[in-house]
Design a binder for this molecule. Structure first.
Ligand SMILES: *[C@@H]1O[C@H](CO)[C@@H](O)[C@H](O)[C@H]1NC(C)=O
Ligand SMILES: *[C@@H]1O[C@H](CO)[C@@H](O)[C@H](O)[C@H]1NC(C)=O
Ligand SMILES: *[C@@H]1O[C@H](CO)[C@@H](O)[C@H](O)[C@H]1NC(C)=O
Ligand SMILES: *[C@@H]1O[C@H](CO)[C@@H](O)[C@H](O)[C@H]1NC(C)=O
Ligand SMILES: *[C@@H]1O[C@H](CO)[C@@H](O)[C@H](O)[C@H]1NC(C)=O
Ligand SMILES: *[C@@H]1O[C@H](CO)[C@@H](O)[C@H](O)[C@H]1NC(C)=O
Ligand SMILES: *[C@@H]1O[C@H](CO)[C@@H](O)[C@H](O)[C@H]1NC(C)=O
Ligand SMILES: *[C@@H]1O[C@H](CO)[C@@H](O)[C@H](O)[C@H]1NC(C)=O
Length: 363
């Protein structure tokens, strides 16, 4: 039995499902496109229990308004070299969640080769939330994504909470570019209580407006980032509040990257109440010289993506002795206010450029 509904008792067969009320629960226990389509069309509550998705197939769930989707057991995907995504969910007014002990297992080690997106095997993105509107995503455990774990794209009014991405195995097995959550072309997004153990950005906001990121714990990885901004089809980041975060043993703590030679803007961004712990390279790094092609700095900033109205409030903690506490290389920045900053333990940068002159900020 691949598909069943529960109406107090279990009913068998698709026809029975169609005749039953839309308030029923459909449980799908094997990957079958038709069963999944039936479940989506007839049930407002869907449980995917222990699904194994075949290689090279996206688990595509274009949900009807009001659907509650629940992951149960272990969801896996077969190995295939492609860009994915492994899971793609679209919907309005939907709720997506996992129950205790479920796992979305990306089995990343099958793809990992230490090269991430820069060569070697072609690695699929794990989970895309595409065009999600007015929806909630919570209590999801994602493990070992082959590449980025989650993208929220072209979405509006989405809240996530209690999302746990654990890619720690990648530390020793060649995980790279295993971003936790990326947000782009999305507005009114709240990410609460996210925990990420990985080897790239913990959370990266690439474009969008009205974004709140609260209570994040990042371990390993590259820190809480905005960017890179510029060089894509939408290059605005505006009205962002990132608060109550802890970033541990990561390459960076707080990072903003804007793209060299590009246009766009980063406006009204606040990071507050952030604790850094044992950061490897940069406690705070704000750079306007990012080369989108090489994925590294050019050494010269350009001012086409100005960082305006940028507030840091109460950012404290430690950088390793070989790292740098604070580094800034930008052009055309205005209206910065940093207060309660105490990042120590690392070196002082030789040179910081482009800090607005009236801000009183010292590098
Ligand atoms: C995700 O699903 C939506 C809706 O079905 C579709 O429009 C979109 O192209 C899909 N994205 C990918 C990358 O498959
Ligand atoms: C996710 O995993 C963590 C750590 O293993 C566990 O504490 C938590 O209960 C899990 N959450 C769910 C919804 O399964
Ligand atoms: C992450 O997963 C690994 C195994 O894949 C496990 O050993 C480790 O305890 C997990 N981390 C947390 C914080 O649950
Ligand atoms: C989402 O954000 C946009 C742009 O900031 C705003 O115009 C819109 O009203 C917001 N939508 C909701 C539902 O709050
Ligand atoms: C700046 O962003 C914050 C969210 O961090 C928002 O509450 C505030 O209204 C924004 N300010 C302006 C002038 O839009
Ligand atoms: C950086 O700026 C210096 C001096 O303005 C210039 O000589 C050099 O060519 C620039 N480098 C790049 C990569 O644009
Ligand atoms: C500085 O930013 C403004 C927009 O705020 C833009 O019009 C201008 O071209 C930028 N200047 C440089 C040198 O990039
Ligand atoms: C900054 O933090 C360091 C290490 O925690 C501490 O020793 C120092 O007193 C703090 N400085 C200020 C000005 O609070």
């Amino acid at each position: 039995m691949k598909l069943s509904t529960v109406l107090g008792l279990t009913l068998l067969g698709v026809l029975t499902v169609i005749q039953s009320s839309t308030a029923s629960t459909c449980t799908v226990t094997e990957y079958d496109v038709d069963d999944i389509a039936t479940a989506i069309s007839v049930c407002s509550k869907i449980v995917l229990n222990g699904i194994s998705v075949p290689p090279g197939v996206t688990l595509n769930l274009n949900l009807k308004p009001g659907t509650r989707l629940t992951f149960q057991g272990t969801t896996t995907w077969g190995f295939y070299e492609w860009s994915g995504p492994l899971l793609n969910i679209t919907g309005t007014d939907v709720e997506i969640r996992g129950v205790e002990n479920h796992i979305l297992d990306g089995r990343g080690s099958l793809w990992w080769d230490g090269k991430g997106e820069h060569g070697g095997k072609v690695k699929p993105l794990l989970f895309v939330l595409h065009g999600l509107q007015n929806s909630v995503v919570h209590d999801l455990n994602i493990t070992n994504p082959p590449y980025h774990a989650i993208w929220i794209e072209d979405s509006d009014s989405v809240t996530t909470y209690d999302i746990f991405v654990n890619s720690s195995d990648g530390d020793t097995l060649g995980g790279h570019n295993t971003d936790g959550i990326n947000v782009w072309r999305s507005n009114n997004v709240t990410l609460e209580r996210t925990i990420v153990y990985n080897q790239d950005d913990c959370i990266a906001l690439k474009s969008g407006t009205n974004i709140v990121v609260k209570n994040t714990y990042c371990f390993g990885g590259h820190g809480l980032s905005i960017g890179s901004v510029g060089g894509r089809d939408y290059n605005i980041v505006e009205n962002v509040l990132i608060s109550d975060s802890e970033i541990v043993r990561s390459d960076n703590g707080i990072r903003i990257k804007t793209v060299y030679g590009a246009t766009g803007s980063v406006t009204n961004v606040t990071y507050e109440d952030t604790i850094l712990n044992d950061i490897n390279n940069y406690g705070i790094i704000i750079e306007g010289d990012y080369d989108i092609n090489t994925g590294g700095p050019t050494g010269n900033a350009t001012g086409g993506v100005p960082i305006k109205h940028f507030i840091l409030r109460n950012v404290v903690g430690s950088v390793k002795p070989s790292g740098v506490n604070i580094y800034v290389l930008v052009k055309n920045a205005t209206d910065w206010s940093w207060t309660g900053i105490n990042v120590s333990g690392g070196k002082k940068a030789d040179d910081c450029e482009g800090i607005p002159e009236d801000s009183g900020i010292l590098c």
